[in-house]
Design a protein around this ligand. Structure first.
Ligand code: BGC
Length: 758
């Protein structure tokens, strides 16, 4: 429907009808206005499948939803580092929405993994904002290609579940801009999500749901968002403030209570009716966009999606370690040990919980493939323990087999929406089981099912480790294909596995004090921190092994020197030098060699997943624009590239750089600084424009020495270096004092005038 037409409809509505449209009809629908023929539309969770609840609605995944297909969760899909694959997944979810009459799927969820403890890490993509933004954009493109909207969530800085509805994420602006915003920003700019869901928490004291800077200044005015903003379920505190700030739709229904407040505020003159009209217009635009192309006849082939889910899972799993036990020979006798071999943990708890129409375990998949596998349960997740008999059975199965595969991981109760973990350990009975099995069989492989990193105290005891994450309902198919070499593992870690929780940068402050969660580690999240502090990690960001080997060579940069307005192209040649076909993820990191800003050692700015036959090689090209080199300048309140040399590093992980080259990037920012008598020498000399004006005065200012007590010893103690250092940080006004009156105050005033002049 044309904008004009929607505006006409709005002009025919009563204030009550308009205020009503600004909140949900119930848990999952927007309101209708039957008098004007305006229908209601449905929204549903997401993100890794469709959770459509027809009856007994609730947002915590407790009551049943329709049978659907559970795809791998975001913790896994991010590890695919594969835009096309995620777009495919989005397409299939979009189709299921069309089939089911759902206008918007509530996802993707892109919050940054600040700590391994966050209960919803499994729903989020990465500790790295660039990766999260790329994967989110692909997902949105996929879903929206089916004319179904998305709701990118939870905007913003919602990286803990503890007190999620009341705590304030206290974060400085640079950190928001560089770490917590970019995934949203990239998605808005690249794929225009129909809606954005604001988070429950406050940001620097103001609820996201009533934060005008967040919802209007940044989201709309800076990034150009054109859809509507909805609240997370129950995130509204002051509805009127929220509406003014840019929160268009309150979800779910407030039973009319908040609609009434909107009407009163307009009647009292506290709220401009145009603000209500604006929200209604945005909500109706999205509703009609869906309705006018609704295709309920779209088929939903769940069996085909089950297989798609298996294929996606296969591309996401990360081979963390392999000393040769993998791939398993198909003729070998294998012991599958651990309850997750039979009943895999493949998704997390809460609002994203999908009612899977079927699940394929590794045990089933192995049987279907006629593999020689025996099974020992090993532990009981319901009782959260393992008996001596279970361990004994597992050990004996391991002893009598060529290879033992322990299916381990976090039971459901360990991580979920609504609460955070308190440690990052596997259940102790699983650690013990793994050690016992590894003692019994040197070919012990561990397959992990978890939404967030775990400690691996047995790492040196086992031969191989495959991180399966929460791989969706067809996880078993993918596991067996990888374990037996029908598929070559190609996932890469989208997060660092620290050796222990206390190594994590947010460790001292995570959870916060009462309602204050201070993000004191700032921009140093994940590998940005571990690398800067040189803290050894268990598995680095970007890590992932393959059954083949790749060689990198011949890095070509399009130029040795560019302006920050230009694009640099970096091309590298990659060759499969092993004997199996496989995929790798070429990762490009940028390092600022010297910077006056405090910056990470390196940051991911590009990645490409490529497939290579044995012996085959391909060129991979990356394009780098200003943002690849920039940091958020507090002074300029904008992105800024400091002129200087940057190193382009390309490799297999953040710790495995294979080729690198340097480029000089020149800033084109015209920075007009304001100077005063308080300005210090160092800052004036660092500004090329001011420096030129300042140099002629230097001889009049002379060598400035701090007041001396007159003794020779004092004069000697003042070395040249010390003197320079003192002078560097001296404000102009200090010269008057330290020159003992030789330099008159008028000269300082004159210098300030010249520095600020045209
Ligand atoms: C979650 C959202 C979800 C919504 C609706 C909230 O509790 O935070 O991610 O989309 O419920 O189920």
């Amino acid at each position: 429907m044309q904008k004009k037409e929607i505006r006409r409809l709005i002009s025919e509505m009563t204030l009550e009808e308009k205020a009503g449209l600004c909140s949900g009809l119930d848990f999952w629908h927007t309101k209708n206005v039957s008098r004007l023929g305006i229908p209601s539309v449905m929204v549903s969770d997401g993100p890794h499948g469709l959770r459509k609840q027809d009856f007994k609605a609730d947002h915590l995944g407790v009551n049943d939803s329709i049978k659907a297909v559970c795809m791998p969760a975001a913790c896994a899909t991010a590890a695919s580092f594969d835009r096309e694959l995620v777009e495919k997944m989005g397409e299939s979810i979009g189709k299921s929405c069309q089939h089911e009459g759902v206008s918007i799927v509530l996802g993707p969820a892109v919050n940054i993994k600040r700590s391994p403890l966050c209960g919803r890490n499994f729903e989020y993509f990465s500790e790295d904002p660039y990766l999260a933004g790329e994967i989110a954009s692909a997902y949105i493109k996929g879903v929206q290609s089916q004319n179904v909207g998305t709701s990118i969530k939870h905007f913003a800085a919602n990286s803990q579940e503890h007190r999620r509805m009341s705590s304030s994420s206290n974060v400085d602006e640079r950190t928001l801009r560089e770490i917590y915003f970019p995934a949203f920003e990239a998605a808005v700019k690249n794929s225009a999500p129909w809606t954005v869901m604001c988070s429950y928490n406050r940001i620097n004291g103001t609820y996201a749901s009533e934060n005008k800077w967040l919802l209007t200044d940044v989201l709309r005015n800076e990034w150009g968002f054109e859809g509507y903003v909805m609240s997370d379920w129950g995130a509204v505190s002051d509805r009127v403030k929220g509406l003014e700030a840019g929160l268009d739709l309150e979800m779910p229904s407030s039973g009319g209570a908040n609609d009434k407040k909107i009407v009163e505020a307009v009647r009292d003159g506290r709220l401009d009716e145009a603000v209500v009209d604006r929200a209604v217009e945005r909500i109706l635009e999205a509703a009609y966009r869906y309705l006018e192309n609704a295709k309920p006849e779209t088929p939903w082939d769940k069996e085909a999606d089950h297989l798609l889910s298996a294929r996606i899972a296969e591309e996401c799993m990360v081979l963390l370690k392999n000393s040769g036990a993998l791939p398993i020979d198909k003729k070998a006798k294998a012991a599958f040990i651990g309850e997750f071999a039979e009943r895999p943990r493949y998704q997390g708890g809460g609002s994203s919980h999908i009612n899977s129409f079927k699940v394929t375990s590794a045990l089933e998949a192995a049987k279907e493939n006629g593999l020689d596998v025996i099974y020992a349960r090993g532990y009981d997740t319901k009782a959260d323990c393992a008996s001596e008999e279970m361990t004994a059975e597992a050990v004996s199965a391991a002893k009598t087999s060529d290879v033992a595969v322990v299916f381990a991981g976090l039971p459901d109760s360990y991580e979920s929406e609504g609460y955070d973990r308190r440690h990052m350990r596997l259940p102790e009975y699983q650690n013990k089981l793994i050690s016992a099995v590894a003692k019994a069989n040197p070919n012990t492989v561990v397959v992990l099912h978890n939404g967030s990193p775990v400690e691996t105290p047995w790492i040196d005891e086992v031969n191989a480790v495959l991180e399966a994450y929460l791989g969706g309902q067809a996880v078993g198919i993918a596991e067996v294909r990888i374990l037996y070499g029908d598929a070559n593992p190609c996932g890469r870690l989208a997060e660092t596995f620290p050796k222990k929780l206390s190594d994590n940068p947010s460790y001292l402050y995570y959870f916060g004090e009462e309602n204050e969660a201070d993000y004191r580690e700032g921009i140093f999240v994940g590998y940005r921190y571990y690398k800067k502090k040189e803290i050894p990690v268990q598995f680095p960001f970007g890590h992932g092994l393959s059954y083949t080997e790749f060689e990198y060579s011949d890095l070509r940069l399009s130029s040795e020197k560019i302006k920050d307005t230009e694009t640099l192209s970096a091309t590298v040649r990659i060759k499969n030098v092993g004997s199996r076909a496989g995929k790798t993820v070429a990762q490009l990191y940028v390092k600022d060699t010297e910077s006056s800003a405090i910056r990470p050692v390196m940051e991911l700015k590009g990645f490409e997943k490529i497939y290579l036959e044995p012996g085959e090689s391909k060129d991979v090209e990356f394009k780098l624009g200003k943002r690849a080199f920039a940091y958020w300048s507090r002074e300029l309140k904008d992105w800024h590239v400091e002129t200087g040399e940057f190193v382009i590093m390309i490799g297999e992980s953040s710790e495995d750089i294979r080729v690198s080259g340097a480029v000089t990037v020149e800033s084109t920012d015209v920075i007009k600084r304001k100077y005063s008598a308080d300005s210090i020498f160092m800052d004036i000399m660092a500004d090329p424009v001011a420096r030129e004006k300042f140099i002629p005065f230097l001889k009049d200012l002379g060598q400035v020495r701090p007041a001396e007590d007159g003794t020779e010893a004092a004069k000697e103690a003042m070395s040249e270096a010390m003197n320079n250092a003192m002078q560097n940080s001296l404000p102009l006004r200090g010269v008057v004092m330290f020159s003992g009156g030789r330099v008159p105050w008028e000269l300082i005033e004159r210098i300030v005038e010249v520095l600020n002049g045209e």
